[in-house]
Design a binder for this molecule. Sequence first.
Ligand code: DC
Length: 250
Amino acid sequence: MQYWHEHSGDCRGEEPVNTVPVIAIDGPGGSGKGTISKEVARRLGWHLLDSGALYRLVAFQAQQRGVDLDDEPAVAALAERLDVRFDTATSEERIWLEGVDVTTAIRAEACGVAASKVAAISGVRTALTARQRSFRQPPGLVADGRDMASVIFPDAGLKIFLTASVEERANRRYKQLNGKGISVSLRALREDMADRDKRDSERPVAPLRACSDARVLDTTDLSIEEVVSTVLGWALDTWPQVIGQQQGSE
Ligand code: DC
């Protein structure tokens, strides 16, 4: 079953001109976005925006402070004041919230579910918009999320929508969590994932959608390397001079 809908427009808006190239990679959880975005950014030497981490951080802080996720103004106020630092100095990125390392804590499945609720609050999305755009710095940005192409970077030169079957996405998440020693039921994961897809794609603000000007790539039967090569090939087609020069100077 297709759980996302197409935008009717081409998702190009009236944004201030910023010539720094952006690859927008959107798609549902488990589609491989995180892994692919990280690897593409590493190989190009570009910056990386993990926008899902921002929603996870807001949800995490709300839970820590006992803020009810239904109290929209209170949650939006947290998003406005989020004191976060992404530390990319080492190959393993660390995320600090008010000086505390929360890199692992925000990856918990419960935090993902709470993040999906927080992400449906329009005040939260507005509060996080400028912060996300500030990641667009030379030489380029790979932006990973749900609304990177449609809302945050509508002028991105390359827009990609990654997808995979719900079964495959649940399997991937299962292996990932098992690898970290976290025991979960595959069936519960599949149900969570389907619920989350529904909530993310049916919410009125910035729903998970493939833009009509995005390239859709189904990763169900592809290896990570195959997806990375496809994306890099598209990037080279889009910015032959920029990327050709970078690869030539490696
Ligand atoms: O990609 P992730 O699992 O870390 O994202 C956590 C939640 O945040 C997910 O349910 C959808 C939401 N999200 C969003 O609404 N918009 C984004 N740009 C990124 C994530």
